[in-house]
Unconditional design. Sequence first.
Length: 290
Amino acid sequence: MKTINPDDFKVISPIKLNNIPTELDMDTSKKQEETALDEIQVKLSRKQDMMYAHNRYAFLICLQGMDTSGKDSLIREVFKEFNSRGVVVQSFKTPTSNELEHDYLWRHYIALPEKGKFAVFNRTHYENVLVTRVHPEYILFENLPGIEKVEDITPQFWENRINQINNFEKHISQNGTKILKFYLHLSKEEQRKRLLKRLETPEDNWKFSTGDLKERALWDDYMKYYEEAINKTSTDYAPWYVVPADDKGVARYIVAKTIWQELDKLKDIAEPQLDPKVKANFDEYRKQLE
């Protein structure tokens, strides 16, 4: 597992998703994968505590992927050793009536992490240039000026949204939030197997939705718009990583190692120093407590 280099998955030039593998030939056992992830978890946890005390940076972790790509379980496994006070998970579903009364980025702004904390977006602001591209009729619920019908949504509308997202990410990055975006790259065949498992495993039945099959039928459209969004929004300040996701263990390790690599680059993170005057009186404080 040590041979994995997060930079190999970073999008630094235009990509074609069809040319990127959804599985790596790691020649490792599940046990080896779990052990490698455990080691990263411990290092992340220690550094996270220090970052929380330092209270200057925040991290925004964005997870995108098709249904069954493993976002939920990845969050559970990658962040399981984090101190709960330092990480918040936000799952963005269909906008509520209240959220629709604001611009589409509003609900994401108010969910951004505080200084010293991690926020994990399980589905993200990119739904607004992915799901809405596949289903442009959803835009009509936003009640936007000049948009009365689907035909009013022009190519320039989508280009503006992409620019708005880039500006949003640039703004928060310039104010201390480190952004890492992960696309869990699942094959259509692996998705078929995972959907079947939900049908065949009683305790997983609740996860199955007929809507998953409807969206699966639109697979090619989703791939087209994922590819476009990734290519237009992978920047130095908010890079995308295309993570092979057919093997959940490997995907979790890649994401964890990437977060660790970026966190470890922040060499100024340190625990606050106690006031020397307070430290000089430790003996007196001990007496008071005895």
